[in-house]
Design a binder for this molecule. Structure first.
Ligand code: AMP
Ligand code: GLY
Length: 421
């Protein structure tokens, strides 16, 4: 098969790495890709937000299957354009991708199918939003309704903080995403992520993971896209995963089908776990980044068969085979991230690191220049390892980190602490 992966991050590097191990994969192209991906697949410079351009590229290159990595092309309708052109693709329609693109839409779906989640209300003006906050009290959560690159959420510990978040959002701090504001009950507990393939009707869990959103050790400092992850997440026990599947994911999939907008792709459920029960925090309609990297490390080449079965509506025919193992990834980011950072700094030491089924450095924001790998983004490398235990995976990952020569980059030293404590 000729396979096209859309995206340029560590998520897409790990997807390409796993897909390539499957004997069904003949030709592998990643668009636009990055310097790490370029060492193992062809890279193509196409505008991945332009569905017509992607479909034309597929026709010209006899692509049999497209895997859409990030949310932006999904929200832009690239999945619909490919479906319209008769090209098999993994990833939901733009209508189904609203489960990520609109928080109020997700809340309505949860209400309709009685999936457990935080109580909520939606506002288009500051006055009533503030009255609601004063009536509910703090802690309380204020969210811009639309896509805000993970930044449109304020978990307010005081009423004053919540009120000023409302002002900021209606003043346009998050652009169009903040034209509507959702205010939610604060949920206490521990967060974990649950990844479930859905073919519109059938569901297949493909793993659990825990991310590290804050930039600093001990979960301090500002939020980021994610500074590291590990899988499985022990807090999401088999029992809680089964509850989340039955009470949250399956009812959502059934409700989306009932509305005539079936969800086909990976549903990434962000869960809050308290007293042995999971409630939904949010959905994403794609694999997490860097959570995907640890899932791919554990699943390997079978992923292609699972993604194909998902896209072809025959998930009931396949199973995910798990080794009883653990994977952990450490994100290396450019100094200054998530604030301002420099691009173009040289990264040394990568070529002597092991690359096998237990060790892999997935590239995120990298480029090749004059024979060197240079940083080309905020999150730059995902140093990933697998082990029989989580501490073995962690030790292997940090042993690789310590051999990378990049004075202009940094990482957290405590990835995995919740599970290892
Ligand atoms: P979201 O973009 O909806 O995932 O929110 C970002 C982060 O804010 C989540 O990962 C949680 O850590 C936190 N958060 C969101 N909603 C709630 C809630 N209702 N209660 C507590 N924390 C929340
Ligand atoms: N790591 C969080 C996300 O991909 O949304």
């Amino acid at each position: 098969m000729n396979i096209l992966v859309l995206g340029s991050g560590g998520r897409e590097h790990s997807l390409a790495w796993a897909i390539k191990q499957n004997p069904k994969c003949d030709r592998l192209i990643v668009a636009p890709g990055n310097a790490g991906i370029a060492t193992m697949a062809e890279c193509a410079d196409i505008n991945i937000l332009d569905g017509a351009a992607v479909a034309t590229f597929c026709e010209e290159n006899a692509i049999d299957f497209v895997v859409i990595g990030p949310e932006a092309p999904l929200a832009a309708g690239v999945g619909d354009a490919l479906a319209g052109a008769g090209i098999l693709a993994f990833g939901p329609s733009a209508e189904a991708a609203r489960l990520e693109a609109s928080k109020s839409f997700t809340k309505e779906v949860c209400d309709a199918c009685k999936a457990p989640t935080a109580a909520w209300a939606r506002f288009t003006e500051a006055g009533p939003a503030k009255d609601y906050i004063r009536a509910q009290g703090a802690p309380i959560v204020v969210k811009a309704d639309g896509l805000a690159a993970g930044k449109g959420v304020v978990v307010a510990m005081t009423e004053a903080e919540a009120l000023s978040a409302v002002d900021e959002m209606f003043a346009g701090a998050f652009g169009a995403a903040g034209a509507e504001v959702v205010i939610e009950e604060f949920m206490a507990g521990e967060e974990a992520s649950f990844f479930v393939l859905c073919d519109g009707e059938n569901v297949l869990p493909v793993g659990t993971a825990q991310d590290h959103k804050r930039v600093g050790d001990g979960d301090t400092g500002p939020n980021t896209g994610g500074m590291g992850a590990y899988s499985p997440a022990p807090v999401l026990t088999d029992e809680i995963a089964a509850q989340a599947l039955e009470e949250i994911v399956k009812p959502t999939v059934a409700e989306m089908a009932r509305r005539g907008t079936p969800f086909r792709g990976v549903l990434y459920a962000g869960l809050m776990i308290e007293n042995g029960r999971a409630r939904l925090v949010e959905y994403n309609v794609r694999f997490g980044d860097p959570e995907c990297q640890v899932l791919m490390m554990r699943l390997g080449g079978q992923v292609l068969d699972l993604l194909l079965a998902c896209a072809e509506g025959r998930l009931h025919e396949v199973a995910a085979n798990w080794a009883d193992d653990h994977a952990l990834t450490v994100v290396m980011a450019a100094n200054g991230y998530p604030g301002d950072y420099a691009k173009g700094t040289v990264i040394g030491g990568l070529d002597v690191l092991p690359e096998d089924s237990h060790h892999m450095v997935f590239h995120a924001g990298t480029a090749a220049r004059d024979g060197h790998i240079v940083a080309n983004g905020g999150r730059v490398l995902n140093v990933t390892a697998r082990g029989a235990t989580l501490s073995e995976a962690r030790n292997r990952a940090y042993a690789m980190v310590d051999r990378i020569d990049w004075p202009d980059g940094f990482c957290r030293r405590d990835i995995g602490w919740r599970a290892l404590k």
